[in-house]
Each structure stands twice: as structure tokens, then as C-alpha cells.
Design a protein around this ligand. Structure first.
Ligand code: AVJ
Length: 326
């Protein structure tokens, strides 16, 4: 394959600005107000998230990479040879690279990501380092139903790889529905390798989302900047404050933007009155106990095989298989 074949296989449902506007209006009109976290990842947001991954307090990324690194051979032997790997939200591809390097003769790799720039860059890089691997990138919002491109190569089984604990962004009922959809890709002997952030001391969790360098605050506020930029709203960024709190009864980190004053925001000829102290919820990040997550995936039709973790049990990489028919 040459550079010309870098056309993304599909452009199915990368979010359009009309969806963005409708979602923001609906979110600002709801009670409590909430904006979908998928809109964090414009170019600046994706770059800020990369910075978050390197923060000392944000243990998630480095712990997951370390778990993969230490257990690569064991993980690869569970996944088996000649597989088709479907990566969901694989971003810059740091983790997937470790995984693919360990795999035995991987046949096909289908990265599905919402960030077009990262998808293009990682595809160029992966084609260089894995010349024998067929790579079929799909730029799409995998929250929507995605039709995967079919490969000419024969793979033994399909394995879905969903790293980063992104599954935590779903409400548990949505997570179940999503896992059921994934099960359709990995049914009949395929599998699911998934990164899950584990329940732990709230101080560790809250520090990870309220970092001392304020990068997470910038990441959160960038959502309002993006709304201003792309939808011509007039959020005054100086009048909003980032706050992340752990809601232990729900088992989730909640990212909020809190209004510092009583203020009005204008968007698309509408006016929103926001009171001082009122919040916009921008993200839920659910944390699971390993058995909790295994039970959830079990309901979706997966059989738990094993979990790889770190000594402090901060993070889990869980492997499931799926034996049922579609
Ligand atoms: C990409 C969803 C895994 O929940 O930890 C990081 C996003 N938000 N800091 C997470 C995020 C604030 C992240 N996920």
C-alpha cells in the first residue's frame, strides 16, 4: 500500500457541526446541564488529552501501558495468531503498538477513531512499522453503529481492543448496550481486550482529575472554547471553573464546569441563564471493581478469561471471549 491509500476507509459518522449544535443546545437546556464528553476531542482537546496522559497524578495511561508492556507475551498468547484486531478509540496508538508488536502474525488491524488527525498519523506510522499488516482505518464516532470494512485476508478470529478505560464514559446501562454491540464483532470465538479503571481511594481519583498543573482544567474549559469557536457562542471562559469530584455511591468521577457568577450565555439566537454555582456536567468516568465489570460483560455475552493488573491494582486489562453466534 502506498501513501495514496491513506484515504480513510469510511467517514461514516464523524460528528457534523449540525449534530454538535443540536447536542449543545439540548445539553444546555437539560437539568442538570450536561455536554457530551466526546466533544472534548477537537485538535486542541486531543493534544491536551495527550498532555494529561503524561501528568504525574494521572496514573491511568502509564499504568495501562506498563501492564501491557509487562504482560505482552501472555496477552498475545491469549489472543492467538492471525487475528483481526479492531481498535476502538485507539488515538495515537501507543498501546496498540505494544500489543501488535507482541502478536503472532496479526492479519488485519482496523483502528476506529473520532480524531481524524491522530488516525491519519498513526496509520502512516503503523504502515511503516508493520508492513505486513493490513490496516483499514475508519474515522467514525463508534458510539454510533459502525460498519467495518471487510478485509480480503483470512483471520482466525476478531478481537476488539478498547483501551484507556473509555468504557468508563458510559452509564452502566449504556455500557451494557455497547458491550452487546461489540459482542457482535467478536462472536463465534472472538474476544474483547479492554482497559478498565478500577475503584480505589477517592484521593487518588480526585487528584488524577484535578491535577496541579491545571491541564485537566484547560481540557475541560476547551469544550466551552470549542463551542464558542465552532458554534459562535459567547461563553466567558474567565467565569467558569473546572471541578472534578468522585461520586462514590455512583462509582464515578464527575467533571463539572461551575459558573462563577450569575450570567447569560448566547448560542444560536437562544439565551441561557446560568446562576452562580450552577454546573455543567461534562464527563462521567466510571470506575469498576474487577468482578463488577466481569459481571457486566457477562450480561453482554462475554466469558471472562483473565485480568492483568498492576501491583497497586489501580487499573485492569481484562480479556473476555465470546462463543455465541451473532
Ligand atoms: C479518556 C475517558 C479514559 O476518563 O480518565 C481524562 C478522559 N477526562 N481526564 C478518563 C479524561 C479527564 C479519560 N478517558
Amino acid at each position: 500500500m502506498t501513501g495514496d491509500s491513506l484515504t480513510l476507509s469510511q467517514q461514516i459518522s464523524a460528528p457534523e457541526s449540525s449534530d454538535f449544535l443540536a447536542d449543545v443546545i439540548a445539553g444546555l437546556s437539560s437539568n442538570p446541564r450536561a455536554l457530551p464528553c466526546k466533544y472534548f476531542y477537537d485538535e486542541r482537546g486531543a493534544a491536551l488529552f495527550q498532555k494529561i496522559c503524561d501528568l504525574p497524578e494521572y496514573y491511568i495511561t502509564r499504568t495501562e501501558i506498563d501492564i501491557l508492556d509487562r504482560n505482552r507475551a501472555d496477552i498475545a498468547s491469549h489472543l492467538g495468531p492471525d487475528i483481526e484486531l479492531i481498535g476502538l478509540g485507539t488515538g495515537a496508538g501507543t498501546k496498540t503498538r505494544i500489543l501488535i508488536e507482541a502478536l503472532e502474525r496479526p492479519a488485519v488491524y482496523i483502528p476506529v477513531d473520532i480524531s481524524e488527525k491522530q488516525l491519519r498519523e498513526s496509520t502512516v506510522l503503523f504502515r511503516k512499522i508493520f508492513p505486513d499488516l493490513e490496516i483499514l482505518p475508519v474515522c467514525a464516532d463508534y458510539l454510533q453503529p459502525v460498519v467495518l470494512p471487510s478485509s480480503s485476508r483470512k483471520a482466525t478470529r476478531n478481537i476488539v481492543y478498547f483501551p484507556g478505560s473509555t468504557i468508563g464514559n458510559f452509564e452502566p446501562t449504556e455500557a451494557l448496550e455497547f458491550l452487546r454491540r461489540i459482542a457482535n464483532f467478536s462472536c463465534r470465538g472472538g474476544g474483547l481486550l479492554i482497559g478498565v479503571d478500577l475503584k480505589k481511594d477517592r484521593r487518588v481519583l480526585e487528584a488524577a482529575y484535578n491535577d496541579s498543573a491545571d491541564v485537566t482544567a484547560q481540557f475541560n474549559l476547551n469544550l466551552l472554547e470549542r463551542v464558542n469557536r465552532e458554534l459562535a457562542a459567547d461563553f466567558d471562559l474567565d467565569q467558569w471553573r473546572h471541578l472534578a469530584i468522585y461520586n462514590s455511591s455512583a462509582g464515578r468521577i464527575e467533571m463539572h464546569l461551575i459558573s462563577e457568577i450569575d450570567q447569560f450565555v448566547h448560542l444560536d439566537e437562544q439565551e441561557f441563564h446560568v446562576r452562580r454555582g450552577e454546573k455543567i456536567i461534562t464527563e462521567f468516568s466510571y470506575k469498576y471493581a474487577p468482578e463488577e465489570f466481569a459481571a457486566l460483560a457477562g450480561k453482554a455475552g462475554f466469558e471472562f478469561v483473565r485480568m492483568w493488573s498492576d501491583d497497586a491494582r489501580l487499573f485492569g486489562v481484562l480479556y473476555f471471549t465470546c462463543s455465541r453466534d451473532r
